[in-house]
Design a protein around this ligand. Structure first.
Ligand code: NAG
Length: 154
């Protein structure tokens, strides 16, 4: 028997739409309104679902949405949080990474920051099978390559 996922995969696709939408703040206004309206998709249903799914992120976090619109006016979407470097810069309160990481560190963060970013990243479609430990290691690697030193306590 075909699963729902198989059936969905067979539906004729009308378009794939990519949008950046602030967490918890999808509204029937640009850019969301016109993009979904153009394909006659249920705008209010999208806003409600997106806002529910992105509740746990801080307001204004720029979420990356990839929406698949089907010919029967139904749709599906996946939401991805911003890059690890975006979260690290926000947490450290810096705009740019160090030009000489390791020699000239621009900031320090604690393991707690790393852990919080890892928990948010784990909600991403491509990270959900990664352990928190693996995510933390990868985040520490990114931090070090940006000149952000990770310490136990500040
Ligand atoms: C910068 O951070 C790295 C990695 O966290 C550390 O090994 C290095 O000693 C730091 N460099 C300076 C100059 O503080």
């Amino acid at each position: 028997m075909a699963t729902l996922k198989d059936l969905a995969a067979r539906k004729p696709v009308l378009a794939t739409i990519r949008l950046i939408v602030p967490a918890g703040a999808a509204r029937p206004a640009p850019p969301v309104g016109p993009a979904l309206g153009f394909y006659r998709l249920n705008l209010m249903a999208f806003c409600k679902d997106f806002n529910a799914r992105t509740q746990k992120y801080k307001a204004e976090t720029p979420m990356q949405v990839t929406l698949t619109a089907y010919k029967d006016s139904t749709f599906e979407f996946v939401v991805k949080s911003p890059s690890v470097s975006w979260f690290l810069k926000k947490a450290a309160g810096i705009d740019t990474a160090s030009s000489r990481p390791g020699h000239n560190n621009v900031s320090s963060l604690t393991l707690r920051h790393v852990y919080e970013i890892a928990k948010l990243k784990q909600a991403d479609p491509f990270c959900k099978h990664m352990s928190l430990e693996a995510l933390c290691k990868s985040i520490i690697g990114t931090a070090n390559s940006m000149g952000i030193e990770i310490v136990k306590d500040l």
